[in-house]
Write a protein that binds this ligand. Sequence first.
Ligand code: ADP
Ligand code: MG
Length: 225
Amino acid sequence: MSGLIAEHLKKSYPTSSEPLEILRDVSLSLEAGQNVAIVGPSGSGKSTLLAILGSLDLPTSGILQVDGVDPLSLNEKELAAYRADQVGFVFQEHHLLPQCTVLENVLIPFLATRTANAQDVETAKSLLERVGLAERLTHRPAELSGGERQRVALARALVRDPPLLLADEPTGSLDQSTADAIAELLLELQGERQKMLVVVTHSQSLAAKMQRRCQLDLGVLEEVA
Ligand code: ADP
Ligand code: MG
């Protein structure tokens, strides 16, 4: 079965008294080419949910399936390969390596499972061209603007052609006009490559551009208009 299927996800943290329930009952499904915004108050568990969808974190219980694979059934080594192949992440902070060039940063996802080859370098270069940074391949992150750094982060998330893109406040550190440009680019790339995209955002303007909006509150995810 293709697509993302999450059913009845729960996440709680043990405390000295009652467990702290962050996600009580979260279900979400998504197919190739579809995108959804997740909005909700600060502390409502949006980042926790995204980390679980991307298998960076485990749910306490629930079902997760991505393109027919159940990541919850994988061992640690299988999971590292699964994440590298299946999931591209974009965060609020770009998490680029400061000592590496733009091109090297985009090649990093390949290093999770093997060394990068000539084909990978071509893929990375063509993506950097696509995001408007063809002239910046040998620059370091410190030499780029915030918007340019997020363009590098988008190229890095897509370089292994994962079916699932997850973005946590991808425009949260940018001024409005740069944020709008990054949001447009993210949606263009998602549409033209037919990715599944889940974006956590506080931005009304970004949420409004997405096909669907879901609100996470009190541990429950609900579709909103
Ligand atoms: P959001 O992204 O919506 O702001 P988060 O997913 O970051 O929310 O956090 C949701 C809640 O989970 C917060 O109350 C946070 O304090 C709590 N939380 C996150 N990680 C842990 C942890 N390892 N142990 C206990 N509580 C945690
Ligand atoms: Mg968060």
